[in-house]
Design a protein around this ligand. Structure first.
Ligand SMILES: [Zn+2]
Length: 295
């Protein structure tokens, strides 16, 4: 993938098409604002050494968006208020994902420090919904788009009409909503809100990354993944199942992947969100350790 410029907005592709643990970054020339520094360590080092990076903005608190933040330790950081605590403390980070059990927390602590260069960071300030910022010659609207995380942010750069979607990334995998504070209804509402913004270019953090025409059906396909996961779960629960058995069905990831511990966690986290919705709607009941669909 290649770097692209849209006015003063520079798209910096992540390694491996921005697939996890990488993401695409965005840099606003002139204003020196770097968004989500987890794309390509060598490229970001050059940016640090050759450009005047004045601020880091994070769309949200996930590790695949801050992996190379350690290159910018003295640069002021901006994030939303709900997502800030997870960045300020490793234990809060683990809590944010709902990671339980000493062994599992140890696994993640090591991974976060070693691979993702986690260092506790306190923001210089918070970015809030409805705020407007003037970044050089670009006016940007701050958009709070919760669901993926409680404080996930998108940015609409007005003059070149570029909409930064963050992790509402329109990938075939579909949305992630497995954090402790993630929400399926909020994810749906956020995607619908983003779809209505009159942009001409759309930038997302993973895979395709740049959409120069309205993504059109990709919006609906992205949301349809949620329905498909729910439908498959309901089919599975025609027979009562425990959570371990639900995970073994690999509804989210399609098949077991390595490292298993990592993917089994994601599978369970997302399935739990679906169960929450289905239990609240009375479409599924819990009996002891098992979940059962009500026909
Ligand atoms: Zn994310």
């Amino acid at each position: 993938m290649e770097e692209r410029c849209f006015g003063s907005i520079r798209f910096i592709p992540g390694e491996n098409r921005g697939k996890y643990p990488f993401c695409h970054s965005v840099y606003i020339e002139g204003a020196g604002v770097l968004i989500d520094p987890s794309s390509d360590r060598q490229r970001l080092k050059r940016l640090r050494d050759e450009a005047d990076v004045k601020a880091i903005w994070l769309s949200h608190w996930h590790e695949d968006h801050f992996m190379h933040l350690d290159l910018f330790e003295n640069v002021p950081l901006w994030i939303s208020e709900p997502d800030a605590p997870m960045l300020a403390d490793l234990e809060h980070f683990l809590d944010g994902y709902g990671i339980e059990g000493q062994a599992h927390r140890d696994f993640w602590r090591k991974l976060l420090v070693k691979q993702f260069h986690f260092r506790p960071r306190k923001p210089a300030g918070f970015l809030q919904d409805g705020q407007q910022a003037q970044l050089g010659d670009v006016t940007v609207d701050i958009i709070h788009a919760p669901g993926h995380t409680p404080g996930h942010l998108c940015f609409f750069f007005r003059e070149p009409k570029v909409l930064f979607l963050g992790d509402y990334d329109l990938t075939p995998f579909g949305p992630w909503y497995g954090d402790r504070e993630s929400s399926i209804p909020q994810t749906i509402a956020s995607v619908k809100r983003l779809k209505e913004i009159p942009a001409q270019t759309w930038l997302a953090c993973h895979e395709t990354g740049v959409f120069e025409e309205n993504p059109g059906p990709a919006w609906d396909r992205f949301l349809a993944v949620i329905q498909r996961r729910e439908q498959k779960l309901l089919e599975l629960l025609a027979t009562p199942r425990t959570m371990a058995q639900i995970v073994e069905a690999w509804i989210v990831y399609g098949r077991p992947r390595e490292p298993r511990e990592f993917y089994a966690f994601g599978e369970e986290a997302i399935m739990k969100k679906h169960l929450q919705v289905l239990l609240a709607d009375g479409r599924v009941v819990q009996e002891g350790q098992q979940y059962r669909r009500i026909v």
